[in-house]
Design a protein around this ligand. Structure first.
Ligand SMILES: C[S@@+](CC[C@H](N)C(=O)[O-])C[C@H]1O[C@@H](n2cnc3c(N)ncnc32)[C@H](O)[C@@H]1O
Length: 210
C-alpha cells in the first residue's frame, strides 16, 4: 500500500526534498545523509563514478564535488531533467538499473542512495549482477538504504515512513539479506555500517581483482 504522499513526493520535488531533509535529521542532517555512503571511500577527481537511480540528483550534487566524471542513471526522464538542474556537472543517462547501457568494467565507484528498496526482488538481483559487471576490478559498490532497526523508536518511525511513502518492495527489501546476495554475485570484503537506530544501513563491497 502506498498513500497519496508517495505520489506527491514524486510529483513535487520540494515535497520530496522536505521529507528527505526531515528524515536526514536522524543522522545529523541532509549533508551528512547524502554523503553517508561515501564514508571512508577515497575518491579522486578522475574516478568514474555512477550514481545509480540518481533521481532528482540530491546525492549526485555531492558526488560531483569528489569527481569530475560522475554519471547519473535513472529510469525516469523527469527525474533526469530535474537532476540536470540540481547537479549540472554530471552526465545523465536514462536507463534501467537491471540492464545498464554501459560496457563492462566502466566504473571505479557505483553509488546508490535510498534506491535499491524500490526494486522488485528479481530486479534487485539483476541490478546487483549489473553493478558487478560495470565495476572495474578493485572497484567499490556503496549504497545507503533501509535496514530493520534495532531501536524501538526507529522501528516505529521507519514503520510509519514505509506506510506513508513506500510500497511492498521496501518491506521485501527489509527482509532481504543483501550482504548474502552480494557474495553470491561475486562481491567480497563487504562491510555494513548502521545509523539511526539501525534503520539505515550503508553497505560497501568490492569487486575483487582477478
Ligand atoms: C527514492 S528515489 C531515490 C533517488 C535518489 N537516489 C535520492 O537519493 O534522492 C528512487 C529513484 O530510482 C528510480 N528507479 C526506480 N526503479 C528503477 C530502475 N529499475 N532502474 C532505474 N531507475 C529506477 C526512480 O525513477 C527514482 O528516481
Amino acid at each position: 500500500m502506498a498513500t497519496i504522499l508517495r505520489e506527491w513526493s514524486y510529483r513535487y520535488p520540494w515535497f520530496y526534498n522536505a521529507i528527505s531533509w526531515l528524515a536526514a535529521l536522524s543522522v545529523g542532517g541532509e549533508q551528512r545523509f547524502r554523503q553517508l555512503a561515501l564514508t571512508d571511500i577515497e575518491m579522486t577527481s578522475d574516478m568514474e563514478v555512477l550514481d545509480l537511480c540518481c533521481g532528482n540528483g540530491q546525492a549526485t550534487r555531492y558526488l560531483v564535488q569528489h569527481s569530475s566524471k560522475v554519471t547519473g542513471l535513472d529510469a525516469s526522464p523527469l527525474a533526469i531533467s530535474r537532476a540536470q538542474q540540481v547537479a549540472p556537472d554530471a552526465k545523465y543517462i536514462e536507463g534501467w538499473a537491471e540492464s545498464m547501457p554501459f560496457p563492462e568494467q566502466r566504473f571505479d565507484v557505483v553509488h546508490a542512495s535510498v534506491a535499491l528498496h524500490e526494486l522488485q526482488p528479481v530486479q534487485l538481483w539483476r541490478t546487483l549482477q549489473e553493478v558487478h559487471r560495470v565495476l572495474k576490478p578493485g572497484g567499490v559498490f556503496t549504497f545507503v538504504d533501509f535496514h530493520p532497526p534495532f531501536h524501538p523508536l526507529f522501528n516505529v518511525s521507519l514503520g510509519l515512513f514505509i506506510l506513508l511513502f513506500e510500497t511492498e518492495t521496501a518491506r521485501q527489501f527489509l527482509k532481504t539479506d543483501v550482504a548474502d546476495l552480494l557474495v553470491r554475485v561475486g562481491f567480497r570484503q563487504t562491510r555494513r555500517l548502521l545509523y539511526a537506530g539501525g534503520s539505515l544501513q550503508v553497505i560497501q563491497t568490492y569487486k575483487v581483482e582477478p
